[in-house]
Unconditional design. Sequence first.
Length: 346
Amino acid sequence: MISRQGRPIISSPLIAEAPLGAAADDGVEPEAEVEWREFAADAAHHGERLDRVLAALLPEFSRSYLQQLIEAGAVQLNGAACRKSATRLKAGDRGLIELRPTAQALAFRAEPLALDVLHEDEHLLVLNKPAGLVVHPAPGHWSGTLLNGLLARDEHAARLPRAGIVHRLDKDTSGLMVVARSRIAMEALVRQIAARDVARQYLALAHHAWRGPPERRVDAAIGRDPRNRLRMAVVDLSKNPGKPAGTAVRLLQNCEHGCLLHCTLDTGRTHQIRVHLASLGHPLVADTLYGGAAAAGLERQALHAFRLAFRHPVTGAAMAFHAPLPVDMAQALARWQLRYNEATEP
């Protein structure tokens, strides 16, 4: 049984569970989109988990959304707050749930940000992302992301999934990204990326002097680290889940402290360059997650997406963009007496 109680304020599943890239734009502040509902467990619910029962009683809402509400203290069971989704109900239990926007739903809102846009036309834009900027809202970063900035900058963004974002860079990785401004461009760019027709090249400052041939290719599958779920790792696909990954690595400069490397992605797995270089014994400077200590004055992982090339998704014209080394990486190279000559890059 489920019913409305008291004087409910309009509730909207679209706002409560805003899809990635959607924006709440109905003239009503999301904080006002709240509704209280009563529920009761009957014999059929006896022994079932709280989140499963709520998902059955409220089929218009996803189970993950209801779990977020439970964890946020928005569910009362027999007059007391219940914050555990796994709580087993008994026949006759009664409860009250406050249907309200979650932090994730409120995250997809426009926030003006200064973006370094290198190219823009009616179908796409190319920008140079600074280190420290999160691309998508996520736990711990529900605001101030690139997605928020795109929603504020471009009215087209609210009509596209993920505000037109077709690929990501880690928070502390700087460099080039392409963002779609139309549905046709987004679909075409996604196809190009999947077909490996988008060239993505990076500069990486890594620990330890490079030994061996100046060019090396790493073909090693990447999956969730079975010993630490917060990390990715090179995995044996016969034993652990993962996906094939390929990175071409070329030595640019070497010194006793470390090396400057040119990396080209064949695939785009999570943390791919970071994991592959660490597997070679050359973790990125300041990439503490994968064993790289802070050094040369750098406090963020030393990775920069310096070149991006693809064909325009609508016109077919060849497009190539270059982003100079950011100041912090340039200063780190100078401290290690390494040199990067942009003119020598293809």
